[in-house]
Design a protein. Structure first.
Lengths: 290, 269
């Protein structure tokens, strides 16, 4: 462990205590470095969301953390062990130190409360000393920062497009200047142009504030472009973790290779087999018809 | 040989409070047997409106839709016959199959209603269709949709669409709800069936990469207008219209990204 690490997860396991029990996360060890974007790739059911929720201790029964630890190394030098904090400490930790952007912004925002009020809620909970005018000013500043504009403070979620709502979620996650942002499929429901704008925004904000990001998605081509390192997850385990370039150019695990082969290349020749599956060499390379 | 022609088709939707929304603005194209056209564009560009008009779930506001030169029927028995010729595979294999019915029922129905084969051969034909989409008939025929995976369900939907031996197939985002590792399997299967039956396929998607590799031609739709169309490689590799260029530059392209000597995460490469 070095001081460069922000979060150290070791031998972490989570089970869903149903019959028969489901081991959703198995013996995961990984470190998130300060200021890096760590991509977490995997298909539905691989345990990536369970892992992200567990790090924030957001799991509800029947999910149980069965073993391992997750330690957050605060920039003050203090360490927070997520398994041993009590509820009050945990409430203070969440959002203050590590925030989350959930999948599907349309469901994460309250439809009958203005986005301004929802942003100001964060401050009234975590910064009780803040005056009302300050809260409003700060909320407006956040909306400006993510490109929604402070003039939308009084808008309701339904008055904003999906992309704008997702930006509001990002603004909310940024509110307390956390050191870690966990983003669970933040752009999956959006189309490519909006997705690209938001990705660039996240990238700029990270450069400005230096927070770390755990970016969860099944969209490997997107991860390859935005992540510093990528962890590939399958059946609860991390099968491979490396820099984006190494993972792309020299994947060592079969599953990583298969995932990479699942995405035909946009401008290159790779993936041309879709139109020419009768060409045995390409079909074999794809391994896709079984 | 079947030809379907869209001629200056416009579609207006009435929107409460703000008058009318022009969903399609004089769209023209031709789809013939044996040809695969990809229809790409952002959400709200009008892609699904085209699919709905083709299956007559919506009517045109102006313009013509012609099947082999004659306007497509809008009601009654002729419409039913038309719908045997033009079949649809929907995006969501969870919603498009009836949870109460077995797989057998799903595939039998078009066979019986459209009298594709004599009644005593229906069972055999169901087996043939399931085998054709690489499902084991013995293991799937008496199951219900919830017992199958997403990929298997979409195969059932494809078998059902092919049951009445259509000439044209509309596939509206057929793989976007499937796990990434099985998307290509399903697309490859579609491509194979397309060649085998000489189907005309309209592949509706927002994924430029699969559009390029799966189709002969690509049509780019923006605010209800076709802004660019042409050979798949030309449209993706040498886009002419600014909107197509924007779409392409926004799509992840690791190959190009890592080819550049220095890369900044998140930057357009």
């Amino acid at each position: 462990m070095t001081s460069d690490d922000l979060l150290t997860v070791s031998q972490f396991s989570v089970s869903y205590d149903v019959t028969p029990p489901v081991q959703a996360v198995r013996d995961v060890s990984l470190a998130v470095r300060r200021g890096e974007i760590l991509g977490l790739a995997g298909e539905s059911g691989c345990g990536k969301t369970t892992l992200a929720y567990a790090i924030q201790r957001l799991l509800k029964p029947p999910a149980v953390i069965t073993s391992g630890s997750a330690v957050f190394h605060d920039e003050s030098g203090e360490d927070f062990d997520i398994n041993t904090m009590d509820e009050a400490q945990m409430r203070a930790f969440r959002w203050e130190k590590a925030s989350m952007v959930f999948q599907g912004a349309m469901n994460a925002l309250n439809p009958i409360i203005t986005i301004g009020a929802q942003l100001q809620d964060v401050f009234s909970t975590h910064r009780p000393a803040m005056k009302r005018a300050e809260r409003r000013l700060e909320s407006g500043r956040l909306l400006d920062l993510v490109g929604v504009g402070s003039n939308r403070l009084r808008s309701y979620p339904h008055e904003l497009s999906g992309g704008m709502r997702q930006r509001v979620m990002i603004a909310m996650a940024l509110a307390l200047k956390p050191q870690l942002m966990i983003m669970d499929e933040p752009t999956t429901a959006l189309d490519v142009l909006v997705q690209r704008e938001i990705i660039e925004q996240i990238s700029e904000l990270r450069a400005e504030f230096g927070f770390s990001v755990i970016f969860i998605t099944h969209d490997l081509p997107l991860l390859l472009e935005i992540s510093d390192r990528i962890a590939v997850m399958r059946e609860g385990r991390i099968v491979e973790i490396d820099t984006a370039r190494t993972l792309y150019e020299n994947p060592t695990h079969d599953y990583t290779r298969r995932l990479l082969a699942s995405f035909p290349s946009l401008t290159g020749e790779r993936g041309g087999f879709v139109r020419r599956p009768d060409d045995p060499a390409r079909a074999a390379e794809a391994g896709s018809i079984r | 040989m079947t030809t379907l022609e869209f001629k200056d088709v416009s579609k207006k939707y009435r929107v409460r409070g703000s008058g009318e929304l022009l969903a399609l603005d004089k769209v023209s194209f031709t789809l013939t047997s044996g040809q695969t056209i990809a229809l790409v564009g952002q959400s709200g560009s009008g892609k699904s409106t085209i699919a709905k008009i083709l299956t007559q779930l919506e009517r045109v506001s102006s313009g013509d839709v012609l099947l082999d030169g004659t306007p497509i029927p809008t009601w009654g028995r002729p419409l039913r016959r038309y719908r045997q010729t033009v079949r649809m595979v929907f995006q969501d294999p969870f919603a498009s199959l009836n949870p109460a019915h077995t797989i057998r029922h799903h595939i039998e129905r078009p066979l019986r209603l459209d009298k594709v084969v004599p009644a005593d051969q229906v069972e055999e034909e169901v087996f043939r269709l399931l085998t054709r989409v690489r499902l084991s008939p013995e293991q799937t025929i008496d199951r219900r949709p919830h017992e199958l995976s997403g990929g298997q369900r979409q195969r059932v939907a494809i078998a059902r669409a092919l049951a009445s031996r259509p000439a044209l197939l509309i596939a509206d985002e057929p793989v976007s709800m499937l796990d990434v590792s099985i998307r290509l399997e399903v697309l490859n299967l579609l491509a194979e069936l397309q060649r085998e039956a000489n189907l005309g396929v309209l592949y509706i998607t927002h994924d430029l990469a699969t559009a390029r590799h799966f189709s002969d031609e690509i049509m780019v739709l923006h605010h209800g207008k076709v802004v660019e169309s042409g050979k798949a490689d030309d449209v993706i590799l040498r886009p002419q219209h600014a909107y197509t260029q924007a779409l392409r530059n926004a799509s992840p392209d690791p190959e190009k990204h890592f080819a550049a000597p220095t890369t900044t995460p998140g930057a357009i490469s």
